[in-house]
Design a protein around this ligand. Structure first.
Ligand SMILES: *Cc1c(COP(=O)(O)O)cnc(C)c1O
Length: 230
């Protein structure tokens, strides 16, 4: 075994079929429409072969957590496949805001005023008004990005006042806790702020996220296999 993981394209196609079926089954179980839950394929640290296998399996929505890494992988693929929708799902530094606005189609990780302002400025300059999500630190973890739940309402309003097109909330629950209460909390904060989109749920817990109203699930390893080391 080498450190670089390599999943054959046929396996990746089968994984996409399996995950889509599980999303549909979870949606049906909780009396939701499967078409209301979008699958974001998290392609960070996956090879170009893996990305092409996913595109071959009909996937168009992808998530990356680093601007610089995404800049090396996606411009050519986006030029060749105009329907690709790229989500930034990792922390953003303000000096990368311009690059992020140029490359990504959705920014899911607005988590402080400085970033919100930088994004508003760069979107205006580029005449590219991207939809954004606010990241909520539902577990109030020190090491994790995101707005604390009690500060969310004000921050959402501040972002709206800056002219950002806030469409939803995202969260990453603490690894050692049951995710359900975190998903329920995100749903509650979104509802009282009239936000329709909820990005929550990963490989281990996306079905629970569907139960609690996820409109996007962000799945990586269950689709592609283990990631390359950085
Ligand atoms: C890596 C990552 C994922 C996907 O995680 P898996 O466990 O591989 O499905 C989802 N969301 C974010 C923010 C990530 O960084």
């Amino acid at each position: 075994m080498t450190e670089t993981s390599k999943t054959p394209a046929a396996d990746i196609a089968a994984n996409f079929a399996d995950i889509r079926a599980r999303i549909a089954a979870a949606a049906e179980k909780w009396e939701r429409s499967a078409t209301d839950v979008e699958l974001i394929a998290v392609s960070k640290r996956q090879s170009e072969d893996h990305l092409k296998a996913a595109l071959g399996a009909g996937q168009t929505v992808f998530g990356e957590n680093r601007v610089q890494e995404a800049q090396g992988k996606w411009p050519a693929l986006k030029a060749a496949h105009r329907d690709i929708v790229l989500h930034l799902i990792g922390p953003l530094q303000s000096n990368k805001a311009k690059d992020a606005v140029a490359l990504f189609d959705v920014i899911e990780t607005v988590d402080r005023l400085k970033i919100a302002k930088a994004l508003a400025t760069e979107m205006l300059a580029a005449n590219r008004q991207l939809p954004v999500y606010i990241q909520i630190n539902t577990g109030k973890e020190d090491q994790k990005a995101g707005i604390f739940p009690e500060d969310a309402d004000k921050f959402i309003q501040d972002c709206r006042d800056l002219g950002l097109n806030v469409i939803g909330l995202m969260c990453i629950p603490p690894v050692e806790e049951q995710p359900a209460p975190h998903f329920a909390l995100l749903n509650k904060i979104a509802a009282r702020n009239n936000l329709e989109r909820l990005s929550m749920g990963m490989s281990a817990d996306f079905e629970t996220a569907v139960q609690f109203g996820a409109t996007s699930v962000r799945v990586g390893t269950a689709l592609f296999g283990t990631r390359d080391k950085t």
